[in-house]
Design a protein around this ligand. Structure first.
Ligand code: ADP
Ligand code: MG
Length: 245
């Protein structure tokens, strides 16, 4: 059984179909990369999988549970963690407070004050563990972090709800090569006990870390499979990678 499965997911914005009939599945222990040019629908796909947006058609399954249309807080509770392409960090709050708030997403739910009161220390422990796991044990406010450290903070925020599935939308944005290597190591480590969906532009990075890939163009799946399959695909070369890739 897959940890996460999308079945024919479709999302329309007025006359534009941003995600069209996209299916994929990811297991625990698998890093699945979604690549494609700007506007291909990658972030919209993550929004559909994380409950940030409801799909126009299709289904999302978390394990054997149909979670289609569930709101993001409920999916966070059920085991889907995500990071955003545009940073979701509150810059004037401390590093720790940012992660603690994210951790509370899994207990701080509509109508759950009592539930929360009984689990007050859980978010604190979860936040500490998430920061240790990404190697960002820093005091002070988030505004003092470098670009690379902010990205690590976002990954820690996604980890804070103890998810089985991690959805990471361009976690390398604004990083130098050295920080990128650190994140590559972290992603491989996290993949051991998570199903990871990664959106990333840097092809060398993607081919170095991905176990499987989906190539999207104009909202549709152009090709899907192992990195070697994607490399060998004439359609991908033509549409996306350029003929010299
Ligand atoms: P990617 O992440 O691959 O660059 P996006 O998923 O952000 O692509 O966008 C896919 C398409 O959907 C684009 O044409 C974008 O303008 C459009 N789009 C994304 N979100 C919205 C929205 N909330 N309302 C209207 N159009 C949107
Ligand atoms: Mg995007």
């Amino acid at each position: 059984m897959s940890a996460l499965r999308a079945e024919a997911l479709t999302r329309r914005f007025g006359g534009l179909t941003a995600v069209s009939d996209v299916s994929l599945s990811i297991e625990i222990g698998e890093l699945h990369a979604v690549i494609g040019p700007n506007g291909a629908g990658k972030s919209t796909l993550v929004n559909l999988l994380s409950g940030t947006l409801p799909p126009s058609a299709g289904r999302v399954l978390l394990g054997d549970t149909d979670v289609t249309g569930w709101p993001s807080w409920r999916l966070a509770q059920a085991g889907i963690g995500r990071s955003f392409q545009r940073t979701n960090v509150l810059r004037e709050m401390t590093v720790f407070e940012n992660v603690r708030l994210a951790a509370q997403a899994s207990v701080f739910t509509p109508g759950s004050w009592l539930h929360r009161a009984t689990r007050e220390t859980a978010p604190i422990e979860a936040a500490r563990a998430a920061l240790v796991r990404v190697g960002l044990e820093r005091e002070g406010i988030a505004a003092t972090l470098s670009h690379g450290e902010l990205r690590l903070l976002e990954i820690a925020m996604a980890l804070a709800t103890a998810p089985r599935v991690l959805l990471l939308d361009e976690p390398l944005a604004g990083m130098g090569p050295e920080e990128g290597e650190k994140v590559a190591g972290l992603l491989k480590e996290l993949t051991r006990d998570h199903a990871v969906l990664l959106i990333e532009h840097d092809m060398d990075f993607v081919f170095a870390v991905a176990d499987s890939m989906t190539v999207m163009v104009d909202g549709r799946v152009l090709e899907q499979g192992a990195p070697a399959t994607i490399r060998a695909s004439a359609a991908v070369r033509e549409a996306y990678l350029g003929n010299d890739a």
